[in-house]
Design a protein around this ligand. Structure first.
Ligand code: AMP
Ligand code: MG
Length: 419
């Protein structure tokens, strides 16, 4: 049985980072939202594009107004009006000013903006009442925020609203992103029915496939659901063969324990998969099968398909997915290494947390930030891997290391953030 850390490093080593040619596609700007940038972006434009005004006011020559005051105002002739979006037509000479509005282009000759509130207007003349602090005051200088040709965004960047703004500003309307990770998912078990089927004696609704598909969708994964596969060797073999031929990663739940009907591991081996993980010292979740299949590396696919056979118990399946599958998907998707791993915070537990001390134990519950301190409150009711009901509203999993049997109320505990 492997430790959680050992299993994690095995799977992260198996996961292939996307190829900078084969695994890249170019999409329109808005379609890039939520995707991962696959190539460096630079722009041939400076930003700001032009020297422009940060205020509504008057564009002047600093030398004309550096010594003025309310008692000794300087009068200038207004030669032009420059709203935003307008190309100035005149040069501001000594003794002259241009009326300018926020975003307006600074005219030639002017080097400083005086804000409107520090002036008094009389017809076509403007009296400057306060001397500017320095030349270039209230001028947003061309290239001050970004110089053309410099790196703008790096590969691995997750493209969210701020990055969309940057790309739009740089007029990068076709964006190179990594292809979506293709994941096939199915549930195995003769007892399973789908949520809309009529429940008959002994049956159980397949919640795993829905929970995991929802989790994958939140990660921007291209998920193919293969449905419920019965505990039948032949049918399971066909489903698994199809899944590994179509996807970069396969997730199944159920059938990885030691029972008579748990066929998955045997089938993976029969199909030529190399089994890397059989069980992990994690609770919930011990029976966890992880395998890799070599493929002919044709143009479209990664040279290996990873298979995660998760336990059937709903809480075990989700915990294993959060702990092992999510980091792997982040790597396969092309995120920067700093984003792969699970995010842990130190939190104070509000009650004693217990474990049998044999396996690394994950207690589900709520993570709250109270006056700057993370607090963990375990879900009330049974912490049983089949109890998916009290899993609702979970935002954190407190981790009791394998040797630890108790964390006292008020003590610090590592908590895996899951939302
Ligand atoms: P197994 O890993 O196949 O032995 O399943 C362990 C437990 O999880 C059994 O009680 C199953 O009924 C339950 N289970 C298996 N698959 C699912 C599923 N897809 N959704 C909900 N519960 C499941
Ligand atoms: Mg089963």
């Amino acid at each position: 049985m492997l430790s959680v850390k050992e299993a994690e490093s095995i799977v992260l080593n198996l996961a292939q980072f996307p190829d900078s040619q084969r695994d890249v596609e170019t999409v329109d700007l808005l379609a890039a939202s939520g995707r991962i940038l696959a190539a460096p972006v630079t722009s041939s434009l400076d930003f700001p594009y032009w020297d422009n005004s940060a205020m509504d006011g008057y564009a002047v020559r600093f030398a004309d107004v550096e010594n003025c005051s309310a008692e000794k105002p300087i009068a200038l002739d207004i030669i032009e009006e420059i709203p935003a979006g307008y190309q100035p037509q005149k040069t501001v000479g000594s003794g002259q000013a241009a009326r300018i509005f926020t975003g307006g282009v600074i005219p030639t000759g002017a080097d400083t903006v005086i804000m409107q509130e520090e002036t008094r207007r009389e017809g076509d003349r403007i009296f400057i009442l306060v001397s500017p602090s320095k030349p270039q005051a209230f001028v947003r200088q061309k290239g001050a925020f970004y110089r053309s040709g410099m790196p703008l965004l790096n590969p691995g960047t997750i493209i969210n609203a701020p990055e969309i703004a940057v790309l739009a500003t740089a007029q990068c309307v076709r964006v190179p992103v990594y292809k979506r990770v293709r994941v096939a998912i199915f549930s195995s078990g003769d007892e399973l029915i789908s949520p809309e089927e009529t429940l008959t004696a002994g049956k159980l609704v397949d919640s795993n496939q829905y929970a995991l598909t929802a989790l994958l969708a939140q990660m921007g994964v291209d998920a193919v659901r293969l449905g419920i596969i019965p505990d039948n060797k032949q049918v399971l073999t066909e489903a698994i063969a199809r899944a590994i031929s179509e996807a970069d990663l396969v997730i199944s739940t159920g059938g990885v324990s030691v029972g008579e009907y748990d066929y998955i591991e045997q089938i993976l081996a029969d199909l030529g998969g190399k089994i890397y993980v059989r069980s992990v010292a994690i609770k919930p979740g011990k029976p966890l099968t992880i395998a890799a299949f070599k493929r002919d590396s044709e143009q479209q696919a990664k040279s290996e398909c990873l298979y995660f056979g998760l336990p059937g118990n709903p809480v075990s399946a989700l915990v294993c997915c959060w702990r092992f599958v999510v980091p792997v998907i982040r790597k396969l998707a092309g995120m920067g290494e700093e984003n792969w791993g699970p995010q842990f915070v130190q939190a104070r537990s509000n009650v004693e947390l217990r474990s049998d001390g044999k396996r690394e134990t994950y207690v589900w519950g709520k993570l709250n930030l109270v006056a700057g301190v993370w607090q963990f409150e375990p879900a009330s009711g049974s912490q049983n891997s089949a109890n998916l009901i009290n899993l609702a509203n979970t935002t954190g999993l407190a981790v009791l290391p394998a040797i630890e049997t108790s964390i006292l109320a008020g003590e610090l505990v590592q908590v895996l953030k899951i939302s």
